[in-house]
Each structure stands twice: as structure tokens, then as C-alpha cells.
Design a protein around this ligand. Structure first.
Ligand code: PEP
Ligand code: MN
Length: 255
């Protein structure tokens, strides 16, 4: 049951993150930063085709400790060089308070991942840098819990919060998660915050990224975040949900 006592947050519109013609925030890039050459290729391609922000994980919160954990500090240095070379804003995830200063120095937007949505120490810390924060919905978080988590960031003095619907756990086992499309207009109505959707993690299936991006935007999302790779089959993480360059062009045409 939703407790209807949310406050409208006093937000600034994050104008500089929007795509000029479509007025949407388009965040695209690989799940993980793998090498400078590859990230540069991806960054140039997505920028040319309408992305406003490059994504790429350096610190990766992986379900299995045996999987690729990201290039960490080295990944952040690559991201910094690519950001400057290409001239594009970047977002990367902070997984703990120790790496937060390093992340905040390089990243134009700080990402808090699903697994950390209720890491309140991390949320408070993320709000201290004066940079926009993407708060991904916890995979089993209610609307109430998600909004309350956002208020931890807000309380640190940061109102530039972007709420990202990335799918939740349900009995449906066909997709990796179930996208809660209704959450998009609910969050906008209850908080006034900017809302984006991540159909890559939301579905876990490459072929669903375009239709679910369209569905999210139709429901009023201010933007999307999608995983794009030059050779998705060779991606070191989340290859099943990663689209290639042609699909990204198709996505941009469709939206
Ligand atoms: C990500 O976007 O890199 C990620 C790990 O997503 P999530 O936190 O939504 O699982
Ligand atoms: Mn991923």
C-alpha cells in the first residue's frame, strides 16, 4: 500500500542532459568498460547517433564473484580520457563510499545501482558532490521504498535525482526482471523527479530493448538508459541484453 505522504522535491530541470530535437535523455554505452579503444569507438558511435550521455561500469556489482568485476580505477581513467576526447557526459556507478570520491571526480552523473538502493550511507554520500545522481530502483523495492531512498540523497542537499526504473522481481521467469511501466508516471506524479527507464536490465533480452524503450517513453519517461556494444556477443558482462550499433540506430529512429 502506498503511503501518500511524499513531498514534491524542489528540482532543477537537468537541461544539459537532454537531446535537442527529441528532448529526451539518451544514455548509452557498454555494461562494463573493457578497454580504451573499445570505449572510444562506442562513445563516438552513440554520440553521433544521438546519445547525450555515455554509460560504462568501472566498479561492477556482479551477482557472481566469479564474473568480471570491472577495471575499477583503471576503468575510471579510461572513462575520463574518452569523455574528454569525445566531448560527451558520462555516468558510472559508485558501489561503495570508498570509491565514491574517485567516481565523483570523473563522472558527470553518479549512478547508484539496484543492489545499493537502500544503502543509506552510500545515498547520503552520493548527494554531497553537487552532481546529478541516478537512483536505480531496487530489484524488490516498492514505490514507497524507492522514493524514500531518493529523499536520503535529497537530504544531503542534492535535488538533481534521476529515478531509473530497471525492472523488479516477479513470478515471471521469461525475462530477467519485469519492467514496472506504471512506476514511471507514478514517480513523476508523486515526486516531480526526472524518470528514466533501463530496458536492458529491465528485460535481460536484447530483442526487447527497442519495444520497451518505446513503451517507457510512451508512459512519460524523460529518457532511457541502454547497453550498447560494438560486438555484444563478446561483451564481458550482460551480453544477452546488450544491443549492437545497428540496433542502436534503429532504436533512435523508432523513438
Ligand atoms: C548497471 O546499470 O550497470 C547495473 C548494474 O544495473 P542495475 O543496478 O540496475 O542492476
Ligand atoms: Mn549491465
Amino acid at each position: 500500500m502506498i503511503r501518500n505522504d511524499f513531498k514534491k522535491l524542489n528540482i532543477k530541470k537537468l537541461d544539459n542532459l537532454y537531446n535537442e530535437d527529441k528532448n529526451k535523455i539518451i544514455i548509452a554505452g557498454p555494461c562494463s568498460i573493457e578497454s580504451e579503444e573499445l570505449l572510444l569507438d562506442i562513445a563516438e558511435f552513440v554520440k553521433k547517433n544521438g546519445a547525450t550521455v555515455l554509460r560504462g561500469g568501472a566498479y561492477k556489482p556482479r551477482t557472481s564473484n566469479r564474473d568480471f568485476q570491472g577495471l575499477k580505477s583503471e576503468g575510471l581513467q579510461i572513462l575520463d580520457r574518452v569523455r574528454k576526447k569525445v566531448g560527451i557526459r558520462v555516468v558510472t556507478e559508485a558501489v561503495d563510499t570508498e570509491s565514491m570520491p574517485e567516481v565523483a571526480e570523473v563522472s558527470d552523473i553518479i549512478q547508484i545501482g539496484s543492489r545499493n538502493m537502500q544503502n543509506f550511507t552510500l545515498l547520503r554520500e552520493a548527494g554531497k558532490y553537487g552532481k546529478p545522481v541516478i537512483l536505480k530502483r531496487g530489484m524488490a523495492a516498492t514505490i514507497y521504498e524507492w522514493i524514500r531512498a531518493a529523499e536520503y540523497i535529497y537530504e544531503s542537499g542534492n535535488s538533481d535525482i534521476i529515478m531509473c526504473e530497471r525492472g523488479i522481481r516477479t513470478f515471471n521467469d521469461y525475462t530477467r526482471n519485469t519492467m514496472d511501466i506504471a512506476a514511471i508516471p507514478i514517480i513523476k506524479k508523486e515526486t516531480g523527479l526526472t524518470v528514466i527507464a533501463d530496458p536492458s536490465h529491465g528485460t535481460g533480452i536484447r530483442d526487447l530493448v527497442i519495444p520497451m524503450s518505446c513503451a517507457s517513453l510512451a508512459a512519460g519517461a524523460d529518457g532511457i538508459m541502454v547497453e550498447v556494444h560494438k560486438n555484444p556477443e563478446e561483451a564481458l558482462s550482460d551480453k544477452e541484453q546488450t544491443i549492437d550499433f545497428r540496433d542502436f540506430q534503429e532504436l533512435m529512429r523508432k523513438i
